[in-house]
Design a protein around this ligand. Structure first.
Ligand SMILES: *Cc1c(COP(=O)(O)O)cnc(C)c1O
Ligand code: SF4
Length: 343
């Protein structure tokens, strides 16, 4: 996500008709001081200074329902650490850059990435409901690279012209921050392309703002002629509570296959215990672990990196503990490769 929003969706005047998730989105916390106060850490020696700091360029944004899942008074809470800006983000670290995965080079039309055979990724919007501090898109120039509605046409034309494309991936930003109206319009248009068989949505909203999984959304996906896959994004078992369980259950009832991708993050989930709990809880709630991404080396995220040897060791230990289907594939994205690279 980026600080300056593309002129995508005008903020709605909040009225009775405003869906609950939109209200929650509008009420998200954007100030470090407020976040720290809500979790009882504004006077904590580790974070006191942070509470007084100005907003960083990649601003803080976190929904209140997600804050409720943080442990009150816990200075190294795994959810807090994903959302709270830290002074170390400003450190220049060799090897960490603005576009670590070469997305700008892989653009076919504005907002369309065609890196891998058979599938394309459409950056449907630049907006997210939460700003994850480790995000590889934190420096992505969305104003230039995310499609506005009229630009979708160019991407859809590209997809229509290439019959090897069987799957369209909606990504971002977060595609579920689009209103139902805009999202449904986009899905309608994808459905008219006969060689497209699958619609995949990459979204963190079923986890960070589960109220986004509305009846309307589920019905729309259930009605689609496309096979629908939702790849959610949870990094820690503590993110999964009864609200995410309901969202995943509703998606599954609508015939949507649910998978999870996580990022391996130092101090958050880099232990066998944390990874095992995440897999077990995901499965309990209806999602299978898919990928465990090794961190993309984006500016400002170096403090989250787990070195590759340790990452491999963790996954090997995980494999000794869990059923095979509960072990995610550890991957890295390497610019120019024809798929994600398993480690
Ligand atoms: C990750 C990614 C995909 C999806 O890859 P899968 O291995 O199929 O999950 C597709 N396109 C782009 C540009 C990607 O970055
Ligand atoms: S929701 Fe996804 S795209 Fe948005 S900031 Fe978090 S990791 Fe990045």
């Amino acid at each position: 996500m980026i600080p300056a929003q593309p002129a995508a969706e005008k903020p709605l005047p909040l009225s009775q008709a405003t869906p609950q998730w939109k209200r929650e989105q509008a009420e998200a916390v954007t100030s470090p001081a407020e976040l720290l106060r809500l979790v009882g850490l504004d006077q904590h020696p580790r974070w006191k200074e942070q509470a007084e700091r100005a907003q960083p360029p990649f601003s803080l944004k976190v929904p209140r329902s997600y804050i409720h899942r943080m442990q009150f008074g816990c200075a190294d809470d795994p959810l807090l650490l994903q959302a709270l800006p830290q002074a170390v983000e400003h450190a220049e670290v060799a090897g960490f850059s603005a576009d670590p995965v070469g997305d700008l080079n892989a653009q076919k039309t504005t907002g369309l990435l065609h890196k891998y055979h058979g599938r394309v990724l459409l950056v449907a919007t630049g907006a997210c409901a939460i700003h994850c501090r480790y995000c590889f898109r934190r420096e992505y120039p969305y104003e230039q690279a995310s499609a506005t509605q009229s630009q979708w046409q160019e991407s859809l034309d590209y997809i229509a012209a290439d019959s090897s494309i069987h799957e369209v991936i909606l990504s971002g930003g977060d595609p579920l921050t689009l209103s139902d109206k805009r999202l449904h319009k986009l899905i309608d248009r994808i459905e008219t392309i006969s060689h497209v068989q699958r619609l995949r949505i990459h979204s963190r909203l079923p986890i960070v703002l589960p109220s986004r999984v509305t009846e309307t959304l589920c019905q729309r996906l259930a009605q689609s002629r496309l096979r629908c896959i939702m790849v959610v994004h949870a990094n820690h078992a503590q993110e999964l509570d009864h609200t995410t369980a309901k969202a995943l259950q509703d998606l599954r009832r609508a015939g949507v296959d649910c998978l999870n991708q996580a990022v391996l993050l130092a101090g958050i989930n880099d232990s066998v215990e944390a990874l095992a709990q995440l897999s077990e809880r995901l499965f309990e709630q209806g999602a299978l672990p898919y990928y465990l991404h090794s961190l993309d080396r984006v500016h400002g995220a170096a403090h989250f990196e787990v070195d590759e040897a340790r990452a491999k060791h963790l996954v090997a230990q995980l494999r000794e503990r869990l059923s095979g289907y509960l072990v995610p594939t550890l991957v890295r994205e390497i610019e120019g490769e024809s798929s994600k690279t398993p480690l």
